[in-house]
Design a protein around this ligand. Structure first.
Ligand code: ZN
Length: 246
């Protein structure tokens, strides 16, 4: 007998399905379990709001900080670029809202509210992963499967489009260019999908002209788009920096 794929298995198990973020909001789903950090960050941007008094999850931190990765902290205060937890200030990009959990960060936890499992179509997601995600529920009827458009769908096209435009621009101006799609993807992950200038999450599923969208920021505008001269930042932050008098 052929093995069932995860979405088929989910259908047979009769978990209800949700197809859009709007549907999730309307039926009161406030948590999601994802496979990748990138999808978790996008779901946070669309569903989760980080507020003082709420819980946030540490995703990365500097060498000498007392923070623990995947540990939850209560947000005590925030300023432009930093969050305060346990009386100390840290970069915002080291944290994520407690809305979206990767299976890895949720192991051993119980979720006592409705939640949706995303990325069940992801080729890396195993049945064990799906099982771990499902069994976080304290009630089976709280589990929903997201079967809509993957939140990072279209990212490849957007990366290629931006790179093409920058390459043309550098060619015209006689500047060096050595960026590629792998560099952008690695950089997004390394920056935890956050802006290098303000440290808040960037949108990869942006509407045209949105200031929240990711962009490639040249640290020194006298030079071209090269790996050692570039970082990722909100389009809005990038333009504001360019407009600042030196
Ligand atoms: Zn920014």
């Amino acid at each position: 007998m052929a093995k069932l794929s995860i979405p088929e298995a989910a259908k047979r198990a009769a978990f209800p399905q949700v197809k859009t973020l709007e549907d999730m909001r309307s039926i009161g789903i406030k948590k999601v379990v994802t496979y990748t950090n990138g999808t978790a960050q996008m779901a946070n941007l669309k569903l989760g709001k980080i507020e003082v008094g709420k819980t946030i999850i540490c995703k990365q931190h500097g060498k000498n900080s007392k923070l623990i990765t995947n540990h939850r902290y209560t947000l005590e205060a925030e300023n432009d670029k930093q969050f305060q937890v346990e009386g100390q200030w840290y970069l915002k990009s080291w944290f994520r809202a407690d809305t979206s959990l990767t299976c890895h960060s949720v192991q051993g936890d119980a979720i006592a509210q409705r939640f949706a499992i995303m990325e069940t179509e992801c080729s890396f997601a195993s049945k064990e992963w799906f099982w771990t995600a499902c069994t976080r529920a304290t009630k089976a009827k709280d589990v929903y499967i997201y079967t809509g458009t993957p939140l990072l769908k279209g990212l490849g096209d957007r990366i290629r489009r931006k790179l093409f435009l920058h390459q043309e621009e550098d060619k015209k101006k006689g500047r060096a260019f050595d960026l590629d799609a792998d560099w952008v993807r690695k950089r997004l992950k390394d920056q935890n999908y956050c802006c290098a200038l303000c440290h808040s999450v960037m949108d990869v599923m942006y509407a045209d002209l949105s200031d929240e969208q990711w962009s490639i920021d040249r640290k020194d505008n006298a030079h071209g788009h090269t790996k050692d001269n570039c970082q990722l930042a909100h389009w809005g932050c990038n333009r504001a920096k360019g407009a600042r008098p030196l």
